[in-house]
Design a protein around this ligand. Structure first.
Ligand SMILES: [Fe+2]
Length: 260
């Protein structure tokens, strides 16, 4: 890999990393779908596989746009894409590790109920990695004035948030409780045996406690994004990936330097 000099080079690197991430997820999801027992979980993962395939296509378009934008707006950079990305295909080792950890637990001696909870945990680690990557790339693109690319990245980012929310709801409303008392019967029997009030109360408590999901209203964020690309989402809770990457462009430099 050639030397990376500036934010533009870093953005290209982030996009390439995300391309590897999406490729790996497309390969891993069918195994998770196959192993999942809860029908709602199977459905959610299957739907996310389709969305992930769209993310891959979107990234390919973004990569092409970055290439042409780079050549048009900065003559001295012409040809650098070939230098950075023309070599061997980049593999995201972070995602590889997350997927391997998930596959390891799926291969252990585990009850079907606990396996579903483990699959959700693994899928959410994947989502959080993607949220971090897409949030970072979106903020880089916005900082560089690449508004169209920033919008495309934000679209995927919001879809990753939606997937993460869906998994949280599945975990809190169904799967984690089934894993608490495995072998108690079918999912529906288990669910109907407890009061709806108790489940709702627990869901609210979990959503309040969880730093990544707590207090965020993602649909309102999408609305805010639609209004302006420079006026980003306000962080709703500290510790959230959105808090780190969803700041206004005026605080982007601080965001970059704070990220670890
Ligand atoms: Fe994705």
């Amino acid at each position: 890999m050639e030397k990376m000099n500036d934010l533009r080079d870093l953005l290209k690197h982030e996009i390439e990393d995300l391309q590897s991430v999406e490729d790996q997820i497309i390969e891993a999801l069918p195994k998770m779908i196959d192993k999942a027992n809860n029908p709602d979980l199977k459905k959610a993962l299957s739907e996310h596989l389709k969305v992930t395939e769209q993310h891959k296509v979107r990234l390919e378009k973004i990569m092409k746009n970055i290439g042409s934008d780079s050549e048009q707006s900065n003559g001295k950079k012409k040809g650098i894409l070939g230098g950075i990305f023309g070599g061997g295909k980049h593999e995201c080792k972070g995602m590889k590790g997350i997927i391997e950890e998930g596959e390891k637990i799926m291969g252990t001696d585990i009850s079907p109920e606990a396996l579903d909870a483990a699959i959700i945990a693994s899928a959410q680690k994947v989502e959080h990695y993607e949220i971090c990557g897409y949030g970072t790339a979106r903020t880089f693109a916005r900082q560089l004035g690449m508004e169209q690319i920033a919008r495309q990245l934000e679209q995927t980012l919001n879809e990753e948030y939606a997937a993460d929310d869906l998994l949280t709801n599945l975990a809190v409303m169904e799967v984690n409780e089934e894993a608490e008392t495995p072998n108690r019967g079918s999912a529906s029997a288990s669910s109907t045996s407890r009061s709806a009030g108790r489940v709702k109360e627990k869901a609210n408590r979990e959503m309040e406690m969880e730093p990544v999901n707590a207090g965020r209203n993602r649909s309102s964020s999408r609305d805010e994004t639609a209004k302006t690309n420079n006026q980003s989402t306000k962080p709703k809770s500290s510790g959230s990936p959105r808090s780190e990457n969803g700041r206004s462009s005026s605080s982007s430099k601080k965001t970059v330097s704070k990220r670890t």
